[in-house]
Design a protein around this ligand. Structure first.
Ligand code: 5GP
Ligand code: ZN
Length: 112
């Protein structure tokens, strides 16, 4: 399967990794939309939230624990955003589940 984030997870493509566990990777977005813009992914390929039942037990929890640890370490806890665009209508461009972690700027609500 030709999936960009699977290649990043297997280190076939370089990424600026900030955290890695057996099941999870967090790396810098190549086109940042905030001073801090990271992507958290399961190494296991699933397309989006819509396939979350296929994800191995505990991985989703591990992703969110990784996000919380990064927010703590990077001093984001006062205001950061976790986003998962799902489907083309919401702007999903890579079909491998990923959570954007955005921080260090002001955020509007509702999002655009
Ligand atoms: P989406 O548009 O699916 O919500 O998010 C995909 C994200 O992947 C985008 O923010 C885009 O900048 C990022 N991206 C696309 N290609 C690469 C790449 O090769 N390396 C990294 N680190 N990020 C990428
Ligand atoms: Zn993939």
């Amino acid at each position: 399967m030709d999936c960009l984030f699977c290649k990043i997870a297997k280190k076939e493509i370089d990424s600026n990794t900030v955290l890695e566990t057996e099941d999870v990777m967090v790396f810098k977005d190549i086109d940042p939309k905030a001073p801090v813009h990271l992507l958290a992914i399961p190494k296991q390929h699933i397309k989006s939230v819509m396939e979350v039942e296929k994800l191995a037990g505990g991985v989703l929890e591990e992703i969110f624990e990784s996000i919380a640890k990064i927010a703590q370490d990077m001093d984001l806890a006062d205001g950061f955003r976790v986003v998962t665009n799902t489907g083309r209508g919401a702007g999903q461009s890579v079909d491998h589940l990923h959570f954007h972690i955005l921080g260090k700027r002001k955020f509007a609500w509702p999002p655009g």
